[in-house]
Design a binder for this molecule. Structure first.
Ligand code: SF4
Length: 384
């Protein structure tokens, strides 16, 4: 029976080991990183969510992920109550500019992976980025997400555009550009980037390695660096990765709680042409929505987007995301001549327009915040 209680109890760690499915040596190292995150002098920002979160044990999370029918409706309803009480009915609208389709990584699920021979990879010029940002601003959008593959070759472009966006347009800037050194993160921060999104993708080290050909520990270390240098930090996972179990997903949620991010994003897995996982099934929409709703209840302070992949899986998917507790939508502001060349989903992706956002918010009975909403200040972390 689904148990969703109203009063918010204080956090306790679940009794069941969160990483029982992980290979032992990796699990120990990941646990060590989590301990460092929790107890380091920089940890206030990471841990404040733990203090305020509602309690679910791992087995309760497993129940929530599988809720359907009335139990699922109860979950969504509770998630919306939590969102409305904490954030009101306002939805933050941000604009994404996809400025580079080059990538040095080879993720098994992504059509932009370096192994894919894509003849028309591109990097926008600084003027193209500025023009797109100005266009977003003219539509009342005050938060820009600069997104691309993990392309160190584009760092000089960012060095040029970040100060200009801050100086000329005064926009809030989020980066989603992959892993870098600490000094590089510091440079981005100095130049005006406010927030950084880096998904952990999967909390199980073996699954993470299969999905990204990288190390989960490196990913968590990058997340720690981002917090250390003063970024507002977003993270998240993919629901429905080949080989992923519900237990893995429950651990994803527990890891998200440990990290206590400012943004948390969950996307359903989309199989992409030309990737090793092109014939795998699409991630389950209901499970993704349940994950989103449980995240909202556990991490009430976080901003949670209703991502375009939900709409791609099923028309109306983003509306369902909002009705499950999300409070952010992202309009695509990439110059139209480049959108088709950004192959994050190789089979026709769903491009979110301002009109679609307006219609979806109206259907959900929520409000478009012109100017956007920003993450609430964190306990123990200075504001800028
Ligand atoms: S998911 Fe990101 S890092 Fe991985 S291959 Fe695609 S663009 Fe590169």
């Amino acid at each position: 029976m689904l148990r969703i209680t109203s009063p918010t109890p204080r956090w306790r760690l679940p009794r069941e080991p969160a990483c029982e499915n992980r290979p032992a040596p990796e699990a120990a190292l990941v646990a060590a990183i989590i301990i460092v995150l929790r107890y380091s002098p920089y940890a206030d920002g990471w841990t404040c969510a733990l203090v305020t979160s509602q309690i679910f044990s791992r087995s309760e999370i497993l129940e929530l992920l599988q809720a359907r029918g009335p139990a699922q409706e109860a979950l969504f309803s509770r998630a919306c109550e939590v969102r409305n009480a904490r954030h009101g009915r306002a939805v933050g609208v941000r604009g994404v500019i996809e400025f580079t389709s080059f990538c040095r990584k080879d993720c098994s699920y992504c059509a932009m992976r370096r192994s894919n021979r894509i003849p028309d990879r591109f990097r926008l010029s600084a003027d193209e980025v500025l023009e797109a940002a100005a266009c977003a601003q003219a539509c009342g959008i005050a938060t820009i997400l600069l997104q691309g593959g993990e392309d160190v070759g584009s760092d000089r472009l960012l060095d040029e555009v970040l100060p200009r966006i801050k100086r000329e347009l005064k926009l809030y800037v989020i980066l989603n550009v992959g892993e870098r050194t600490r000094s590089r993160f510091e440079q981005f921060r100095r130049l005006g980037a406010d927030a950084f999104i880096m998904k952990f993708e999967a909390s199980n080290p073996a699954l993470y390695a299969q999905a990204t050909h990288g190390s989960l520990m490196d990913r968590l270390e990058n997340l720690r660096r981002l917090r250390d240098v003063g970024f507002v930090v977003g993270t998240g996972n993919i629901v429905g990765l080949p080989g992923q179990t519900l237990e893995h997903l429950a651990d994803d949620l527990l890891l998200a709680c440990e990290l206590g991010p400012d943004y948390l994003s969950s996307s359903p897995f989309i199989p992409n042409e030309g990737t090793p996982w092109e014939r795998e099934p699409v991630g389950d929409l209901d499970t993704t929505l349940n994950f989103l709703a449980a995240s909202r209840i556990l991490l009430e302070r976080a901003l949670i987007p209703s991502v375009s992949a939900l709409e791609k899986v099923r028309p109306g998917g983003q509306l369902r995301g909002l009705l499950a507790g999300a409070n952010v939508m992202t309009v695509n502001c990439t110059p139209s001549r480049r959108r088709d060349q950004y192959r994050i989903y190789s089979r026709e992706r769903f491009v979110v327009t301002l009109g679609h956002v307006g219609r979806t918010l109206e259907a959900a009975g929520l409000d478009f915040v012109r100017g956007g909403i920003l993450p609430a200040p964190q306990i123990g972390q200075g504001t800028r």
